[in-house]
Write a protein that binds this ligand. Sequence first.
Ligand code: KG4
Ligand code: ZN
Length: 393
Amino acid sequence: MKVNRMLVLGIESSCDETAAAVVADGERLLSNVVASQVLTHERYGGVVPEIASREHLRRIVPVVDEACRRAGVGLREVDALAVTEGPGLIGSLLVGLVYGKALGSALGKPVVGVNHLEGHIHAVLLENKIARRADPSLEAAEFPNVTLVVSGGHTVLYRVEAQSLRSSNGSPLLHFRYIRLGQTRDDAAGEAFDKVAKLLALGYPGGPVIDRLAAHGNPSAVDFGRIKMKGSAFDFSFSGLKTAVLYCVRGTALESEAEDRRRWQNEERAQGRRPSADELRERCSGTTLDLIASFQRAVVSDLVARTLRAAEAESVASIFVSGGVACNSELRRSFAAAARSQGLGVFFPSLALSTDNAAMIAAAGYFKLISGERADIGLTAHASLPLGVTSTV
Ligand code: KG4
Ligand code: ZN
């Protein structure tokens, strides 16, 4: 028996990962290829936009080919394409978007544009479907929920609603509604991790290494206090915390210790080596490790507290957490503990689907495609592209 399925090729290039994936029916992950540029950008301590666009140009064709090869499908067997249209670095976005549009036109296949943030939200749903296929006893991700998208570029809280509709051919389809409850007023949480890592000479990106090193420090050693926000309780601010870390370092022994680490890392890099977290730890004093652990605790506590408060205010029973910072082990533990004590369901994607990837773009695009949405020739990239509507309460 031939089973009708919709194969969506997702393409994502909004920042420094060139990614392509093939997803069947919005729920079966056939391939997920991510070419990270981290080794290219790390020597600059952050993403250099011009270099990122050039790297995307170099990699986009082989990455898409590899995604099809791993999925075992030819380009012509793909039913539709979903491409990230924003927000992100404009030069980077344009590479994936223009390639996706050109491919769609050459193959005669429909194309839809997907908001990167919507992709991160759908990563949670996709992961839950994958997990439940393997183990149907697992809890199903539910709507309405409160979703925290927390990455290097974004820290946003949404209320996400899904309405069940029937398509013209009778197949079930969902219409999603995103209500933005709050967002960061300055740095994104991942950006704060990256900047603090830069200040302490821990390499780039900062999140993964801080996560590893924090386990060896005392999170109560430095009391940064609660982050206070005037106005919305669901907005975030991390730049003050980053400055507080700077004050702990400037003019102290931690500063020269960081300089020693920076010199050592530059020498290692010149030899073509990339220091591991364990090697870095050997070059961190107990005071530095305590500072790292305390910084992470302050970020995690703030993210968890505001998300829980939003879930309570919105009277929802589930929380979704997605984006690169959702890889953080303390964040996962804290949410899981809060969920247990408050009877909430908390859903994370796997680590691979938490950071930027194209599977989430294909999964989000699938719902648009089955509802009949098609991009026209005018589809273009947007550096800034808010998702959904702003909460009025
Ligand atoms: O979602 P993502 O891949 O790209 C953006 O859309 O920004 O997120 C990258 C961010 C970086 O800031 C990185 O430091 C952070 O996610 N990150 C982490 C961890 N892994 C990645 N932050 C904290 N703990 C981690 N384990
Ligand atoms: Zn992202």
